[in-house]
Structure formats: structure tokens, C-alpha cells
Ligand binder design. Structure first.
Ligand SMILES: NC(=O)C[C@H](N)C(=O)O
Length: 700
């Protein structure tokens, strides 16, 4: 596979988007329909890059295409409709195998290897070959691929994808816990061979699935985008095309290594969404957190909200969920007897309690006694609010009473996130109820806003800059800003190597005689915006980890306190418009964001700067990305190619693996590199990297 292609695996579990109307049963998912629809539309599949989509980037190219393809004998983009439908269909079908219509039915692209964790649960009709593995546990398929027209990056990249279609396809109301585990197992089996994953899913339980997947996929280094539609592809007017195409583009072009949900031009964190409408095309919202991105005229990503793994740990797919969990919604008049029999009649180990308002419940002793007894038996009870927006904060006495009987606050989690997180934690045998209670109030995958987070990041939950939080750190930040300017002067002005510039504050003060503090603030930030990437590069070249460390800290702060470009939530109408107003004055692509396309890690890997590589990984630089400036290679390949075994080892411990085309290239490389030492490094770079199974639950 070429390095200019992003490779995506689509796991198609079902849902409205691929349904066809059955006269007696209503909409039903129909095997093969979705893949065929995508294959026959050139915006989704353009194997020879000869569709109008690949040739309309300039007028000259369109003219050339038009002259070649619009001659009277060249056919049209859709089959002509005749008055006789039967005849038209049979003519079209004959033509598929013949020649005249073949341009409308593009052949599939070259097949690729895909694994399925469920040997009996796959639609194999379009597979070129398939066989059950010797241990009977998985299905190995050669699946044909589809490839988009060239997109983004100046038209030099395109996306090659393949669809692994589940059988039976499910209306998502029929999804169960085992189906989530299956999706996770399939991502795990195919993790190294693809750059990103898309899950096509019904909307009804999509937010449960995206929440569960976010918990089960730990230290994720690649995008996993869940999407679906309200209106199926089989309808002329539908939202499936926009959603699938949008998910493909976002997954291919934005290195957001999280489980996300893309719907109606909006990308949400997967564990922050709920389905709020069954009639609007914009069916989802993320009431307690702004979206991660909006696909408007351009794709605006709120990079300061995007999570990046900062632990040196490989990707890990978890394979267990507890089903002993329930949702319990309070309502006026709820009888304690009902709750008691509910809690005692089944093997319940976890309860998500839907309380009122800011986490309030009746203070009736009989009801509280039932909850206390359950908590004492080890049942973990988590309090979240019935309100769509807001958090549980125990500001009223009635709320505090719940805490006293052992109910823990679930902050601003959605019911879907709270339930699936509880189910994930209860499946961990090594965790006792108290540990689970503590973890339920801690952010594992960005599913809740921790109070300290609000203070540290200087944003409230609608994404506005929080003024109260920023003032406390202003002085420190001003000092750090000056320090960076000092570093800048030192690096640019001096030819001597090394030296710990960071500690030398007096010298910096003399370098910068500041007259007007307010001017300095904006000047310093502007200067840093422009110069930080360059300084980072220079500190790597000069192998100065301590300088790099302070530059990265500064970059991290500026990225997290980015005042805006934050796409707002729909539910927070009032505050959202304030957020939009605040954001309108600033650019959405400020370079103070941690540049996701930066090649700093590639440079450090190439030069063998071990400590710099470690610092970059701990600052959230993605271990899998290719860099155009480094022949489209991953950091791991560059470290191996340049013979830096220690860096290879470090990258492997952070989950790096050679990309598909690099694995093919490494064989040739080994042949050229005769020395034993060089051969060893490629073995090191391509060996298996698995997270240890008994690693403790991590708070990322
Ligand atoms: N729009 C949809 O996909 C709804 C469908 N019932 C499902 O969840 O599968």
C-alpha cells in the first residue's frame, strides 16, 4: 500500500444507514447494499482517479476531463432511465458483466487482509478469499478495497478503505454487551494494519457503544469514529452520504486518537454524547462538553480539547464488561420497597442513580436506608443528574445526604458513560468497591470534567475561557513567557552548545527589559506562536532535553488555554452564543495548538535523541503519524533505519509499530543492511508489542 494513502477499516454493524424498505416489515438492514452503494458512487470509490471529483480541482483539469469523458460515446455518470423498468434492469445487469456500463460500476480495488473475531458473524459474499484460522477463533479474509478521490493536503492523499460487514446486521436496539466486545476485538485484531477505524452503527444506541468503546480501548493511538444516519442511503435524500463521507475525511485527515462520534457535521467525544432527537438530522449533542470539531466550510478542530496519550504505554483492548449494572431513575412517589426488591432480586453490583437537579434525592429515611444497605453490601451507586446539562455537585443538603449513605458523585457524565464505565470497572477483578467508587469520580478517558481540570485548563464546560481561573496563574505564566523569550534569544544568539538556560532567570530579565506588561503579554504570545515549533526543532537538533521540556510545557499551556475556536454545544444556547462571540475574533488555526502534524518526533527519532523522544511522547505527540518532511515515514521506521536501538525500544514501549508499507520495506532494507546489528534492529522494530494483561486500570 502506498504511503500517500490513509488506510481505514470500516466495521459495519447495522443501523438505518444501510437499510432498504421492505413492504411488509418496514426498513430492514440489507446485506451487501451499503458496500455496493459506496462502490458505485465515484465520490466514495474512484480507483483510477478518473472521476469528475478527481479532475475538478482546477479549471484546466476539469476541461481535460470533460474533453475526454463527455464525448457523446463516452456514457454518462448514471444509467439512463427507460420507460420499461424491467428491461432497463436486465440491460443494466447484463452490462455489469459486459462493457458498456462498466464505468458506472467501478471494479473493487486491490484486496487487503482483514481479521474478524467472529468466524460465523461475517457477510463473506464480497470477500476474495476467506478461511477460518486453525484454532477456529477468527476468520481471515481478503476483502476488496475502495478508494476515494484525492482529498486534502493539496490533493496528494486519498483514503483506501474496506468494509467488514457483520452478519446479521443489527438495528442498534438489538445491540448487546457482547457486540461492543466484538467491535473492540476486531479493532484489536486489525490495529496494526490500518490508520483509523470507522464504525457504522444505528443511532438508537450509538452513544452507549461509543461510550463503551472509549472505556475498552485504552491508550488508543488512532482515530475510531462512530457514525450512522437518520435516513438510509436507499432514500434519495439522506444524511448517510454526508455522515459516512465526513467520517472518512475526518478519520483520514485529523489525527484525533480518541473514540469519537461524527454526526451532522459535528465530531463529538464518544463518551460525552447522547441521542436527543429521533426526528432531526442533527440527532446528537454533547451537553456538558463542546464538540471536538465542526465540519463547516473547513474542518475546525478544537485541538485544546483533544486528548492525547501521554503515558508510555501501548494500546490495549479490554475484553470484559460486567452486566450486573442498572440505571435507576428517581421520581416523586418512588417506593422504597420497589427499590429494595429491585436491588436485592438480581445480582446487581452497580447502579447509576438518576437523581434530580444538581444531584438531589428525597431525604426519606426508608429510601436512604435501602441505598445505604446496598452500598454496605458493596454495590457501587453513582449519582448523575436527570438534567441533560450540568453536574452533580452536592450543594444542597438533600444532595449531601446521598453522599453520606455511600452514593458517589458522577460529576457531569452522561447516563451512557456512567453505565458503561461502571460496567468496565466492575469487570476488573482486582478492583474493590471503594477503588471503583474513587475511579467513578475520576476521568479515565475524558468522560467527565474534574473540578481541577476546569481550573487548570481555564475553560468552563461550554468552552469559554474562564476568567477566574486564569487570573491566578497569570503571573506565573508571564514569567514563563519571559523565560521562553530568553531561551529564544539564547538559542538564536549563541553558538555554544548545551547549558541549562532554563535556570538562568536573571540573565533573561536583563535580555528583556519590559516596560509595558500588557504589551508584553500579547507580544510574547504572538512571538511564541511563531517561534515555538522552530525552537522545539532546534532544541532537538542540539540535544537539549531540559530546554525542550520547558518549551513543551509552554506549548502545552498555550494549547490548553486557547481561548476559543471552540465549537459550542446545541443545548447551551445562551452560553454558547457567548462562546461563539468570544471565539469569532481569534483564528481557529493558531499555531499555539500542539501541532498535530508536527514532525518534531520524527526529527528526534531520526537523530536518535532518546530523552527528547521520551519528552515528546509524554507531551502527547502521536507515535503513529507519518511526516511528509520525513518521506512519509513513522518515527519508529526512522529510528530503525538510522540504527537507534534505544529509541526503537522506547517507541515500541509506547505502542509504535511499523506501518503496512514500512513492513514491506523493512525486508528490503534488511537485505541491504548486511551487518548483524542492523538486522537486529529491524527485528526489534517489527516484533509483537502487547500491553501486559494484568496492567492496572489507568487514568490516562
Ligand atoms: N437511525 C437509526 O439508525 C435508528 C435505528 N433504529 C437503529 O438504531 O439501528
Amino acid at each position: 500500500m502506498a504511503a500517500d494513502e490513509t488506510r481505514i477499516l470500516i466495521l459495519y454493524s447495522g443501523g438505518t444507514l444501510g437499510m432498504v424498505r421492505n413492504p411488509s416489515k418496514g426498513y430492514v438492514p440489507y446485506p451487501g447494499f451499503l458496500t455496493e452503494t459506496l462502490r458505485t458512487q465515484s465520490r466514495f470509490h474512484d480507483p483510477n482517479a478518473d472521476s469528475i471529483f478527481s479532475w475538478s480541482d482546477t479549471t484546466d483539469r476539469y476541461k481535460a476531463w470533460s474533453e475526454a469523458y463527455s464525448r457523446p460515446d463516452s456514457g454518462t455518470t448514471t444509467p439512463q432511465r427507460s420507460s420499461n423498468h424491467e428491461m432497463e434492469l436486465s440491460t443494466a445487469l447484463t452490462s455489469v458483466t459486459g462493457s458498456s456500463l462498466s464505468s458506472h460500476f467501478q471494479p473493487f480495488g486491490k484486496p487487503t487482509r482483514v481479521y474478524s473475531s467472529s468466524p460465523d458473524g461475517i457477510y463473506t459474499k464480497s470477500a476474495v478469499e476467506h478461511r477460518i484460522s486453525d484454532d477456529g477463533k477468527r476468520l481471515e479474509l481478503m476483502l476488496p478495497t475502495m478508494v476515494t478521490p484525492y482529498l486534502g493536503d493539496g490533493g496528494k492523499k486519498r483514503t483506501r478503505y474496506t468494509v467488514l460487514e457483520y452478519d446479521p446486521l443489527l438495528d442498534s436496539s438489538n445491540m448487546e454487551t457482547k457486540d461492543w466486545l466484538r467491535l473492540v476485538a476486531d479493532i484489536d485484531l486489525n490495529y496494526q494494519n490500518f490508520d483509523a477505524f470507522i464504525i457504522l452503527h444505528g443511532t438508537d444506541t450509538m452513544s452507549y457503544t461509543s461510550s463503551a468503546l472509549s472505556m475498552l480501548l485504552e491508550n488508543l493511538g488512532k482515530p475510531v469514529v462512530v457514525t450512522g444516519a437518520q435516513v438510509p442511503l436507499s432514500e434519495l435524500r439522506n444524511d448517510a452520504i454526508e455522515n459516512v463521507l465526513g467520517a472518512l475525511v475526518v478519520a483520514s485527515t485529523q489525527p484525533i486518537a480518541e473514540v469519537t462520534l461524527f454526526f451532522a457535521s459535528t465530531l463529538y467525544r464518544g463518551n460525552r454524547v447522547s441521542k436527543l432527537s429521533n426526528s432531526a438530522l442533527s440527532a446528537f449533542d454533547s451537553p456538558n462538553m463542546p464538540p471536538l470539531a465542526r465540519a463547516g466550510i473547513s474542518i475546525d478542530v478544537a485541538w485544546h480539547l483533544v486528548r492525547r496519550p501521554t503515558r508510555l504505554a501501548p494500546f490495549r483492548a479490554h475484553d470484559a464488561l460486567s452486566q450486573d449494572v442498572v440505571l435507576l431513575r428517581l421520581f416523586p412517589g418512588l417506593q422504597s420497597l420497589t427499590v429494595r426488591s429491585f436491588l436485592e432480586s438480581s445480582p446487581i453490583r452497580g447502579v447509576v442513580l438518576h437523581s434530580y437537579g444538581a444531584g438531589n434525592a428525597p431525604t426519606r429515611k426508608d429510601l436512604l436506608d435501602v441505598l445505604r444497605e446496598a452500598a454496605e453490601r458493596g454495590v457501587v451507586i453513582v449519582n448523575i443528574s436527570q438534567c441533560i446539562q450540568g453536574e452533580v455537585s452536592a450543594i444542597y443538603e438533600v444532595g449531601k445526604t446521598l453522599e453520606k449513605v455511600g452514593v458517589v458523585a458522577g460529576a457531569d457524565m452522561t447516563p451512557e458513560a456512567a453505565l458503561t464505565k461502571l460496567s468496565y470497572l466492575l469487570a476488573k477483578k482486582e478492583l474493590g468497591p471503594d477503588q471503583i467508587r474513587r475511579l467513578m469520580g475520576t476521568s479515565l478517558r475524558g468522560e467527565l470534567t474534574e473540578r481541577t481540570q476546569v481550573r487548570n485548563y481555564g475553560h468552563d464546560r461550554t468552552g469559554r475561557r474562564s476568567s477566574s481561573s486564569s487570573s491566578g496563574t497569570a503571573t506565573t505564566e508571564r514569567r514563563r513567557g519571559k523565560r521562553v523569550l530568553g531561551l529564544l534569544a539564547r538559542i538564536l544568539g549563541s553558538s555554544h552548545d548545551g547549558g541549562n538556560v532554563e535556570e538562568d532567570e536573571n540573565e533573561e530579565e536583563t535580555l528583556y527589559k519590559i516596560k509595558d506588561e500588557a504589551d508584553l503579554d500579547s507580544l510574547a504570545v504572538e512571538a511564541e506562536r511563531g517561534i515555538l515549533p522552530y525552537l522545539i526543532q532546534r532544541s532537538i537538533e542540539r540535544n537539549e532535553p531540559s530546554t525542550l521540556s520547558s518549551l513543551l510545557a509552554r506549548q502545552g499551556f498555550l494549547a490548553s488555554s486557547q481561548p476559543t475556536a471552540t465549537p459550542h454545544t446545541k443545548t447551551a444556547t445562551a452560553t454558547a452564543s457567548a462562546a461563539t462571540a468570544a471565539s469569532s475574533s481569534s483564528s481557529s488555526s493558531s499555531s499555539t495548538e500542539l501541532d498535530p502534524h508536527s514532525s518534531a518526533l520524527h526529527l528526534a527519532a531520526t537523530l536518535g535523541r532518546l530523552e527528547c523522544v521520551r519528552l515528546l511522547l509524554q507531551s502527547g505527540y502521536n507515535v503513529h503519524l507519518r511526516a511528509a518532511s520525513h518521506s512519509n515515514h513513522s518515527p519508529l521506521y526512522l529510528a530503525a533505519y538510522n540504527g537507534h536501538a534505544d529509541v526503537v525500544r522506547l517507541l515500541r514501549s509506547a505502542g509504535a509499530h511499523l506501518l503496512m508499507d514500512e513492513r514491506q520495506a523493512d525486508g528490503q532494507q534488511q537485505q541491504q543492511q548486511q551487518q548483524q546489528q542492523q538486522r537486529d534492529i529491524w527485528v526489534l522494530a517489527s516484533g509483537p508489542s502487547r500491553a501486559s494483561e494484568d496492567a492496572p486500570v489507568s487514568v490516562e
